[in-house]
Each structure stands twice: as structure tokens, then as C-alpha cells.
Design a protein around this ligand. Structure first.
Ligand code: FAD
Ligand code: NAP
Length: 535
């Protein structure tokens, strides 16, 4: 009999977990507290208790080719970076295509997940849900927790002496929806993550003045990279990932600093990160530097104290007549339906093997999905997590001993602190390709570049020097997809398609085009030797 799996939440993690359960012949049931799919990506005008809340203008910071599921590329005409409504459209297409909606019980909240008495032999869980005021209980063989980690606001008021005196309005970025109502105001945004930057930029078009207060600073990069390609198709190649892993830290730091300052000098703009050695998640924002250049946004240091109407900063400067303070200070998370003894959140940290499995369970039948912040897109990441977890549930993959898992958790955490720092915003930060490969290795879906070099050298070159998109994990092993090779070779076409909105006549100037071809050939040869870029 197929194993029954409970999936908690129907955001992107829940949807892809459902699909993987079905692919593996498991019997899933998804409980979603709201009336629809999409989680964070379903914008609503009002803030809902227990669900992530985004502002109306959110656009993905990872591109469509790097964010789609591995056997289902996004439609060719979709833009490269997607407005939240467009990404939701993709999730709706996925749900329809793979017939996932029939497994979801909407408006059903999971209240508790407890071990059955015979857990040590059965590994089963009892789940209590509430729907239309009625509580129900059911037994499941396994549980995938997909309830999200951008729901609870982290709003560190204790770090802002005087906030109780402040007479203006203040709130967390989760409550920000759009710039209407902020016309002519003097606004202070706290934080330097993607939320803070987006909100500061948007408000700076309406407000009298926006200030952004930084604690540690951050690298700011554009969504647009070399030759106008999306940043992540250029950045996330196996070749550059290998370089980042083998180069000495000093060299890496120098290269990163140089690369990040190519667009604008972060020091001149007051944005430079305090610790330039860290690979902390950069901010992706195309407009922030220009808004600073216009003076519409003023970059300030950390807030030392607030008065009734003003903010005093660490460097001694004061900004008067502040009307609004927005705390874009990130999130914390919790699992109110789980006992602490299963998954304990302490100082915003959890001890999970490979960010998924509690190491101490007698049976590996519970996993937390998507509780991660990769330097790339979360969507293919959580897909690989789900492919592995479902195979663990089926007994096709096994976990190591508890002590090995605990040792791995400690080592991984030390490495994380070393690479990304100790800031709360970096607590579930991971490298991208390394983590994807690690998961793919577990299920036997990691492509072996050397063997491809022998049997399909053209593909091997793409795999190594091209963007490490999710299709790479459908070439071999379980869940192999025959369209994967073609999807890899047509990535460029799908990236360029939405840009081809004006037809340009091809030039008939023979000598120039001939010359360009020769130069192009030369560039290919040079490129091959230096092997630095994808295109
Ligand atoms: P969520 O989308 O939060 O979904 C969780 C679901 O679980 C919700 O539907 C909720 O109602 C349900 N739920 C919760 N508790 C219960 C319960 N007790 N019972 C039943 N149902 C429950 N990542 C990227 O890769 N690229 C991006 O461009 C990107 N942009 C982002 C922009 C913003 C503003 C934020 C905050 C994050 C962004 N992220 C991005 C990261 C983001 O976390 C992921 O994109 C993703 O949406 C997380 O999906 P999820 O399904 O894990 O969680
Ligand atoms: P975040 O990345 O956690 O950033 C929080 C910011 O608040 C950090 O700059 C942090 O500073 C600062 N902060 C925290 N505590 C503070 C304190 N006590 N005093 C001063 N500053 C403090 O949160 P986020 O920006 O909301 O982003 C959450 C996730 O959503 C991220 O993964 C992000 O990429 C994603 N997101 C994506 C988009 C998009 O464009 N698609 C938009 C928004 C968010 P330190 O750096 O010094 O710790």
C-alpha cells in the first residue's frame, strides 16, 4: 500500500513536495490554511495572520530559467524576472499540468503533529487539523513541513532606544503594500536587505525624503549582468562555483570587491559591507544607486536613539521631522504545530540534517522543506530537497547515524558562519550549486561531467560553463526527463524571446558581417581558453 504523506502548506514548497510525492507513488494530502495556493507569492491588499505578506511591486530576484522546476521550463514569452502575479501564474500552470489541486484541502489549518504511540516501529504521525471550526485527526506515514519562514516579523525594538517616545508611525516591512499615502513624508527605512532596498526605492518616488539606515552594509548588484543576461545565469555556473571554492579567500575577496564595485563604488555611496570577506546575500536592486545619486535616498549609519520626532545616528548626525519608520529587519520562524522536542527553534536556528531532517527521530519520517536561503533560487532547491525526502520516506535512500548527522550539522554551521557571518539574516544561508549537487548526489541525479565529456562533449561544456539550471538534475538517475538536454540547449532562446518585441532587419553589409564573424570566432577561441563565461 502507498505510504500516506501529509504536506503542510501549499506555497511553492508544498506544491513541489506534492508533485514529488506523486512522482514517487506516495499518497499525499496537503493542508493549506488559506483558500488558495501560492503562499508568499499570492499578493493580497491586507496582511493575513499566519501567512507571508508581500508588497504589490515585488519582482523575483532570481531569473525564470534559474527558478523553474527541472522538468517544466517557464513559458518562453514570460519575462526573465517575474512580477509576483506572473510567478503565481506559473505555479498555477504547474498545479494544473501535474493535477495537484485534487490533493489539497484548503482552509484547513494544521494544529498539531504528534508521534503515534508506536512511532519507534511505525514512524507514523497523528495530525490534527481545523476546518470550518471543526477539528479532525488523521494518521500519516510521513510529514513534509512546508509552512514557510517569512511569516513572523523580526522587529528588534529593544535595539532602538526611544522608540516608545516616537510620535510618528512605525511598522514592519511585512505591512508595507504600496507607496500611496506616503506622499510628502520623511521616511526612515531600517535594514539593508532586499525588502529595505525595494521599499526605500519605491517610496523615494513619492516621499519628501527617504533615509535608509544600515547596520553592516551590503553589496548591491543589478539583475542585469554581462551582455545584459540575467545575473544568475552568468554567476551560477559550475566553473565559477569551482573557482569560488578553490581560490584563496584573499583572492576571492579581491575579485568579489572588484566585481561588485564595477557598477558603482560602494564606499562612495556609503553602502560598502563592513566585512567584505563574507559572501552574505547581496541586495539585488537596479534603482537603489541612482536614487542615492539623485539624493532621493540618503544612506545613514545605525540608529543610536530615537526621540519624539527625530533619529540620532551612531555617527552623531541627526535627522529631524521623521514621520514614518519602516523596520525592514527580516523574519523569524516557528512551527507552532510541532513539539519543541521534534524541531526546536532557538535564537532563530534549528538543528536539521541538511536543513531538513531532525537527527534524533527513531524513523526519518518528518522533514522541513524550503527552510533555506540559497545564494540562488529557492525553487529548484526545494524541488531537489523534495525529490530526496520522498525517496527517504520510501526507504530508497537512507540517512546516516544520529551522531554523523549531528556532527554534520555542527560542521555545516561553522562553515556557514565562516562564509556568510553571524547575522540573523544569514542563518539559513547556503552556497547554491554545492548544496544542489549534494542533494542530487543523494538520489543519484548529479550529472557526472567527465562521463558526459566522453559521450556528449557539447553537453558537458554546457553543463560546466553554462548556467547551472535545474534541468541538469534531470539528465541521469531517477526522475530522468528526456526533454532535459533540449531544455539546456534552448535556455538562451527562452531568455531572449521576451526581449524580441521589435523586429530588427539583419544587416546586409557583407564585409562588416564577415569581419564580425571572424572576430566572433576569435572571441570563441579566446573564451574557450579562458573559459570564464557562458556565452
Ligand atoms: P510560503 O510561500 O510562505 O508558503 C507557506 C504556506 O503554508 C502558506 O500558504 C501558508 O498559508 C501555509 N501554512 C502555514 N502554516 C500552516 C498551517 N499550520 N496549516 C496549514 N497551512 C499552513 N526566493 C527566490 O528563490 N527567488 C525570489 O525572487 C524570492 N523573492 C522573495 C521575495 C520576498 C519578499 C520574500 C519574503 C522571499 C522571497 N524569496 C525568494 C524566498 C521565499 O521564501 C520563497 O520564494 C518561497 O516563496 C517560499 O515558499 P514556501 O512554500 O516555503 O513558503
Ligand atoms: P533580511 O534579508 O533578513 O534583511 C534584514 C535586514 O535588517 C538586514 O540588513 C539586517 O542587517 C537588518 N537588521 C536586522 N536586525 C537589525 C537590527 N537590530 N538593527 C539594525 N538592522 C537590523 O530581510 P528581507 O530584506 O525582508 O529579506 C528576506 C528574504 O526575502 C531574503 O531572502 C530576500 O532575498 C528575500 N526578498 C526578495 C525580494 C525580491 O526582490 N525578490 C524582495 C524582498 C525580500 P544586517 O545585514 O546587518 O544583519
Amino acid at each position: 500500500m502507498a505510504k500516506k504523506v501529509a504536506v503542510i502548506g501549499a506555497g511553492v514548497s508544498g506544491l513541489i513536495s506534492l508533485k514529488c510525492c506523486v512522482d514517487e507513488g506516495l499518497e499525499p494530502t496537503c493542508f493549506e490554511r488559506t483558500e488558495d495556493i501560492g503562499g508568499l507569492w499570492r499578493f493580497k491588499e491586507n496582511v493575513e495572520e499566519g501567512r507571508a505578506s508581500i508588497y504589490q511591486s515585488v519582482i523575483t530576484n532570481t531569473s525564470k530559467e534559474m527558478s523553474c522546476f527541472s522538468d517544466f521550463p517557464m513559458p518562453e514569452h514570460f519575462p526573465n524576472f517575474l512580477h509576483n502575479s506572473k510567478l503565481l501564474e506559473y505555479f498555477r500552470i504547474v498545479a494544473r499540468k501535474f493535477d495537484l489541486l485534487k490533493y489539497i484541502q484548503f482552509q484547513t489549518t494544521v494544529l498539531s503533529v504528534t508521534k503515534r504511540q508506536d512511532f519507534s516501529s511505525s514512524g507514523q504521525w497523528e495530525i490534527v487539523t481545523k476546518s470550518n471550526g471543526k477539528e479532525q485527526s488523521a494518521v500519516f506515514d510521513a510529514v513534509m513541513v512546508c509552512s514557510g519562514h517569512h511569516i513572523l516579523p523580526h522587529i528588534p525594538l529593544q535595539s532602538f532606544p526611544g522608540i516608545e517616545r516616537f510620535k510618528g508611525q512605525y511598522f514592519h516591512s511585512r505591512q508595507y503594500k504600496h507607496p500611496e499615502g506616503f506622499e510628502g513624508k520623511r521616511i526612515l527605512v531600517i535594514g539593508m536587505g532586499n525588502s529595505a532596498s525595494d521599499i526605500a526605492v519605491e517610496l523615494s518616488k513619492k516621499a519628501a525624503q527617504v533615509f535608509i539606515s544600515l547596520r553592516q552594509g551590503s553589496w548591491v548588484m543589478s539583475r542585469i549582468s554581462d551582455d545584459g543576461y540575467p545575473w544568475d545565469v552568468v554567476f551560477h555556473t559550475r566553473f565559477s562555483s569551482m573557482l569560488r571554492n578553490v581560490l584563496p579567500r584573499m583572492v576571492l575577496k579581491w575579485m568579489m570587491e572588484r566585481q561588485m564595485n564595477r557598477w558603482f563604488n560602494h564606499e562612495n555611496y556609503g553602502l560598502e559591507p563592513q566585512n567584505k570577506y563574507l559572501m552574505k546575500e547581496p541586495v539585488t536592486n537596479d534603482d537603489l544607486p541612482s536614487r542615492v545619486l539623485y539624493g532621493a535616498i540618503k544612506v545613514k549609519s545605525r540608529v543610536k536613539e530615537l526621540t519624539e520626532t527625530s533619529a540620532i545616528f551612531e555617527d552623531g548626525t541627526v535627522e529631524e521631522d521623521i514621520d514614518v519608520i519602516i523596520f525592514a529587519t527580516g523574519y523569524t520562524f516557528s512551527f507552532p504545530f510541532l513539539e519543541d522536542s521534534f524541531v526546536k527553534v532557538e535564537n532563530n536556528m534549528v538543528s536539521l540534517y541538511k536543513y531538513m531532517f531532525p537527527p534524533h527521530l527513531e524513523k526519518p519520517t518528518l522533514a522541513c522543506m524550503g527552510l533555506i536561503q540559497p545564494l540562488g533560487s529557492i525553487f529548484p532547491t526545494v524541488e531537489l530537497q523534495a525529490r530526496w525526502v520522498t525517496r527517504v520516506f520510501k526507504g530508497l535512500c537512507t540517512l546516516p547515524s544520529e551522531s554523523t548527522m549531528r556532527a554534520d550539522i555542527i560542521k555545516r554551521n561553522e562553515k556557514r558562519v565562516d562564509l556568510f557571518g553571524e547575522s540573523q539574516s544569514q542563518i539559513v544561508q547556503t552556497n547554491y550549486i554545492d548544496y544542489l549537487d549534494e542533494l542530487a548526489f543523494e538520489i543519484g541525479a548529479k550529472p557526472d561531467i567527465l562521463s558526459f565529456l566522453l559521450k556528449d562533449p557539447k553537453l558537458a561544456m554546457q553543463l560546466y560553463f553554462g548556467p547551472c539550471s535545474s534541468y541538469q538534475y534531470r539528465l541521469v538517475g531517477p526522475g530522468q526527463w528526456e526533454g532535459a538536454r533540449n531544455a539546456i540547449f534552448t535556455q538562451k532562446q527562452r531568455i531572449l524571446k521576451p526581449l524580441k518585441t521589435r523586429s530588427l532587419k539583419a544587416s546586409s553589409n557583407f564585409p562588416i558581417s564577415f569581419l564580425l564573424k571572424i572576430l566572433g570566432l576569435l572571441a570563441v577561441v579566446v573564451g574557450f581558453f579562458f573559459q570564464l563565461q557562458w556565452f
